[in-house]
Design a protein around this ligand. Structure first.
Ligand code: KG4
Ligand code: ZN
Length: 343
């Protein structure tokens, strides 16, 4: 990253996101979101997970129409743009390459600064898309399909990772358990919906916490598998016919308890008074409910983005890009995709 002179015109930033299976573009002007467009790829549902080759091909088909649509919905033209913000990692290499190469070509062709964005940083700064964002410092729980981390955000672009998952991410656990229950992909929204009619105390799945702020969800997923395998084929069909919502609710509560417990500890030890929860799993209704109860109990402020901004989106990339452009932080056109980029 290197500093460039700030543009004199209003800062209209185009954001592009293609790290996994959503092709997205958004436009932010002077910190205000003007448009956000997402094309989700449904082709993966039949495979029970994202197929990287299919994802990058779909990005190639979608990227131009999605960017055009975001500009037209925002009512701006290419000549209005002041910078191109694009996710360069972490994510699937082939998927990242489509968005990044497109973003670089767009920036080069329009002679605009390129602003490479860390997808995880994008999730953190998604809190600035809504009203009443948290004040610095704040604690940020990132819960997505690929990551589960607690981060102490000291100031803009200054943060410390307090803990991470040692194996599966929370969203990955939702997706894998949904696959075991044959609920399709992505599994989180399906489990959330079905669990609404279930009893979270039906079965006591384990709550594993391997370290102060670290997480582990693979044991929980395996315990659901062992639980299901403890029944004969017929018994299992009967169980799922009559108790699927109870199994979903019990699993979901185990995930949420672990997340809330870690956040509670982090708040007690850091004394931070503002909490944000971001990423796809932050759309979960029970996590939102229990986090609100915790915030109320501790007298802290809680910020969770609107569900549309919890999932992968380009609004968060455009907003982070806007902040970076304002700070004079831009990227070289030699920027490469970094699938394992960390926060
Ligand atoms: O942030 P995101 O869109 O993509 C990544 O960066 O990974 O998160 C996707 C993850 C998936 O694992 C999906 O199952 C999960 O978020 N998810 C949910 C819910 N909505 C999406 N998990 C639990 N409850 C939900 N309502
Ligand atoms: Zn994400």
């Amino acid at each position: 990253m290197y500093a460039k002179t700030l543009p004199a015109r209003p800062a209209v930033v185009l954001g592009i996101e293609s790290s996994c299976d959503d092709t997205a573009a958004a436009v932010v002007r002077d910190g205000q979101l003007l448009s956000t467009v997402i094309s989700s790829q449904h082709v993966h549902a039949q495979f029970g997970g994202v197929v990287p080759e299919l994802a990058s091909r779909a990005h190639q088909r979608q990227i131009v129409p999605i960017v055009d649509e975001s500009l037209s919905k925002a009512g701006v033209g290419r000549s209005d743009l002041a910078g191109i913000a694009v996710t360069y990692g972490p994510g699937l290499a082939g998927s990242l390459l489509v968005g990044l190469s497109f973003g670089k070509a767009y920036a080069f062709g329009l002679d605009l600064p390129l602003i490479g964005i860390n997808h995880l940083e994008g999730h953190v700064y998604s809190v600035f898309l809504g009203d009443n964002p948290p004040e610095f410092p704040f604690l940020c729980l990132i819960v997505s399909g690929g990551h589960t981390q607690i981060v102490h955000v000291d100031d803009r672009f200054e943060h410390r990772v307090l803990g991470s998952t040692r194996d599966d991410a929370a969203g990955e656990a939702f997706d894998k358990v949904a696959k075991l229950l044959e609920l399709g992909y992505p599994g989180g929204p399906a489990i959330d919906r079905i669990a609404k009619d279930g009893d979270p105390d039906f079965y006591d799945f384990p709550r594993s916490r391997p370290g102060a702020y670290d997480f582990s969800f693979s044991g929980l997923k395996t315990s659901v598998l062992y639980y299901l395998n403890s029944f004969s084929k017929d018994e299992r069909s009967d169980l799922l016919a009559s108790h699927l919502p109870d199994v979903c609710a019990s699993f979901q509560q185990a995930v949420v308890d672990v997340l809330i417990d870690a956040v509670k500890r982090a708040i007690a030890e850091t004394n931070v008074r503002h909490l944000a929860i971001v990423g796809g799993v932050s759309a979960n209704s029970v996590l939102r409910r229990d986090a609100a109860a915790l915030a109320h109990q501790l007298g802290i402020s809680l910020y969770i983005p609107d569900p549309i901004h919890c999932m992968d989106n380009a609004a968060m990339i455009a907003m982070t890009g806007y902040f970076k452009l304002n700070a004079g932080v831009t990227s070289s056109l030699t920027l490469t995709a970094q699938p394992s980029l960390s926060l």
